[in-house]
Design a protein around this ligand. Structure first.
Ligand code: GSH
Length: 200
């Protein structure tokens, strides 16, 4: 198995889960500007969408879309603590948070990465929108250690990476005490520390 990744991007979420389940995996970096991989392959030939993450399975199959790769990893390794099995309603609660993180949080960062938008527009429109979403999450975390209560599950890895992005855009979250507590605890997690070291 091989993960095509870019340092500090959303592919870090897949690396965290790979480390969480201790799956043997190779890693090949991708330069998202030139769309070339570390071994000089044209990245579009691997993923015509041009985005990381991509998981290459041992049979050559290429799987894209972060939230789907995460489900594949949890299901294939049978790690029901990360994603409960089919038949357990809790599975849909995990997927509910996973989808929210991918579609509402991750995608809301899009305009902040856009170099054609002025800093003023980012600060007046897009940063407050994201901050409101983080406020909702912080409130949820007031009575929950993780997004799903006492159990670390797939969306926690995703949310961790999203919170690391916030600091790159001067999105000050320090007044959100429950979110800060959650982030600081996640930073201590072995799989997260290992992943951060591997991408430092
Ligand atoms: N829908 C994709 C989006 C992934 C995505 O946004 N990847 C970013 C890095 S975080 C990327 O590769 N951007 C470069 C591009 O799309 O050209 C997913 O959920 O996996």
């Amino acid at each position: 198995m091989k993960l095509f990744y870019t340092k500090q991007s959303c592919s870090l979420v897949c690396r965290i889960i790979i480390n969480e389940i201790n799956f043997p995996c190779e890693f090949e970096s991708v330069d998202l500007r030139s769309k070339k991989t570390e071994t000089n392959m044209d990245f579009y030939s691997i993923n015509p969408k041009g985005s990381v993450p991509v998981l290459q399975l041992d049979n050559g199959e290429l799987l894209t879309e972060n939230a789907i790769i995460l489900q594949y990893l949890a299901d294939t390794s049978n790690t029901i603590s990360l994603l409960p099995a089919i038949g357990d309603f809790k599975r849909y609660r995990v997927l509910e948070w996973l989808n929210y993180t991918a579609t509402e949080i991750h995608k809301s960062f899009g305009p902040l990465f856009n170099p054609t938008l002025s800093q003023e527009i980012k600060e007046q429109i897009f940063i407050p929108l994201l901050k409101n979403k983080f406020k909702y999450i912080s409130k949820h975390l007031e009575h929950n250690k993780y997004l799903l209560g006492d159990q670390f599950t797939l969306p926690d890895a995703y949310m961790f990476v999203m919170i690391t992005w916030a600091s790159h855009f001067n999105l000050n979250l320090t007044d959100m005490t429950h979110l800060s507590r959650y982030f600081n605890e996640l930073k201590q997690r072995k799989s997260i520390q290992k992943s951060l070291e591997e991408e430092s």
